[in-house]
Design a protein around this ligand. Structure first.
Ligand code: R5P
Length: 505
């Protein structure tokens, strides 16, 4: 039972979930709770009852009531991801990670107050990014006199982003690879470069008075294997068309400067929604973008969660690499959804296949059935219609999955339909968080508990601030780095597509 709603505000600020009848999912927390229960004599086991088991995993702290503090007795290594470097004998108040120490102190206080185990969930944030889901257990221990005065703890961590594998011979110092990142893709480019042990190469971007652009590399690229990271989303002051032109001209300049091979890395590839003729005389924009990139001399294109993978692959004659961020989203959601009954819903029929693959992935991760649903949608002259909804969402937490959120209209409609059909919790998951004009209004009016996107497009900071706690951005840098390392070094992309970086689910 989740009891956070009925509890003190300070616990709500520290944790996303508080469970006083714990049913842990993580291996470590589950093991610790089972052990606590089997060794329980009377109110709680003693430290002596659990110490042998704690030598392998878990940790124990002794209360220091006069100082309103706790002292670590055993398991400094196990608790280090939360507290930083601590030694046995140290107190929580001395831990380098203050927030981790506060979390532990509050949870320990709660476990000793109720005299029963307590389980919490929260998201570990590092350098401003959501890195991992944490399940943390605290169970009271009795002292020699029978009074409760110590706590047994255990922690299960599920990382959302798989770090790129440590490379025996990182391309650091490999002078044949050069990486640029244009415009607002710079921050993502830096993260990718860091994963690879590289530094981004310098370039110049200029805007003339009449808004024409110039972009050129500031180092020689002759005979180099060059990667240009540039997402093609439109944002305030920099349209998708401007970004596309810049990328084309930059690739042209790289070829003119003698680059041996140029790979366009567009984590979000624009103009991909118009991939076929739906009305007489319609353009097929996906193919024209492909022709433009090929025309300026790109050798290869890499993207993440192309709107329609088949259309993307068919449009290009050069090598086209369609990565996906589904494993990343699924890992995060598996952590967030815990033990609730779940359904995955596609907000339109075109995305049904994507949603079904995602549903199967989530089912594997959660090791229990996940229901499905979908919504009818037609778009004509900018107007969205279609009311048919099918699926089993009543009494379930629903994940509505799409490739992108632009105006938010598609997701908002699906969220309303899910709530009407009895969904208890609604989470939106999309790879590309474009959040175009008016998206905030459309989404604010819809029954949405959480929105999860990735950083394929630069996070909209103002929006993220306003939606703090409800908007989660997962990082794709490790995935891109792994793909680039394989493209440069001759590794298998098929294998990466199959397993995700480092064997992700
Ligand atoms: C459409 O086919 C896409 O998969 C998305 O559903 C759509 O582009 C989302 O757009 P919006 O957020 O503007 O409804």
């Amino acid at each position: 039972m989740t009891t956070l709603a009925e509890t003190q505000p300070f616990l709500k600020r520290l944790f996303e979930r508080l469970d006083l009848a714990p049913q842990p999912i993580g291996a470590e927390t589950k093991h610790a709770l089972d052990h606590w229960r089997t060794t329980r004599r009377g109110v709680a086991p003693t430290f002596a009852d659990v110490v042998a088991d704690l030598r392998h995993s878990g940790f124990a702290f002794r209360a220091v009531p006069e100082a309103r503090d706790y002292e670590i007795v055993i398991g400094a290594k196990a608790v280090a991801p939360l507290l930083g470097d601590v030694a046995e004998g140290a107190r929580l108040s001395e831990a380098p990670d203050r927030r981790g120490a506060v979390r532990l102190r509050r949870l320990f206080d709660e476990a000793l107050r109720i005299g029963e185990p307590a389980l919490v969930q929260f998201t570990l944030v590092e350098n401003g990014r959501d890195r991992a889901g944490v399940e943390l257990l605290a169970a009271p221990l009795a002292l020699a006199d029978g009074a409760l005065g110590a706590v047994l703890g255990a922690m299960s961590i599920q990382r959302f982003e798989t770090p790129a594998p440590a490379r025996a011979a990182p391309p650091l110092g490999d002078e044949t690879i050069i990486m640029f990142a244009l415009g607002s893709s710079r921050a993502l480019g830096e993260r990718v470069a860091r994963e690879l042990g590289l530094a981004l190469a310098p370039h110049e971007e200029r805007r003339f008075e009449d808004d024409e652009r110039k972009v050129r590399p500031l180092i020689g690229v002759r005979d180099k294997d060059v990667y240009v990271i540039s997402s093609l989303d439109g944002e305030a002051g920099d349209s998708g068309a401007d970004k596309l032109i810049r990328l084309l001209f930059f690739i042209g300049a790289l070829r003119d400067a003698g680059a041996a091979r140029v790979t366009a890395v567009a984590p979000y590839l624009s103009y991909a929604r118009k991939d076929r003729r739906t009305k007489p005389l319609d353009p097929v924009a996906t193919r024209y973008v492909a022709q433009l990139l090929e025309g300026v001399g790109a050798h290869r294109i890499v993207t993440i969660d192309a709107h329609n993978v088949a259309a993307f692959e068919n449009a290009f004659r050069i090598e086209s690499v369609a990565l996906d961020a589904q494993a990343l989203l699924a890992r995060y959601l598996a952590h967030r959804l815990g033990a609730e009954p779940v359904a995955v819903v596609s907000p339109d029929l075109g995305g049904e296949k994507r949603a079904e693959l995602f549903r199967q992935r989530l089912e594997t991760l959660l090791a229990r059935p996940v229901a499905k649903g979908f919504m009818d949608k037609h778009r004509s002259m900018g107007e969205i219609s279609g009311e048919i909804f099918a699926g089993d969402v009543a009494g379930r937490a629903v994940v509505i999955l799409d490739d992108l959120i632009s105006s938010g209209g598609t997701m908002a409609r699906a969220a309303h339909a899910c709530r009407t059909h009895g969904a208890t919790r609604i989470v939106l998951a999309a790879t590309h968080g474009l959040f175009a004009r008016d998206a905030e209004t459309a989404l604010r009016m819809a029954p949405i508990d959480e929105i999860v996107v990735t950083d394929t497009v630069a996070p909209r900071e103002a929006l993220a601030q306003r939606w703090r706690g409800r908007l989660v951005t997962l990082g794709v840098a490790a995935l891109l780095a792994e793909a680039i390392a394989r493209l440069h070094g001759g590794g298998s992309i098929d294998e990466l597509l199959e397993t995700g970086p480092k064997g992700a689910p």
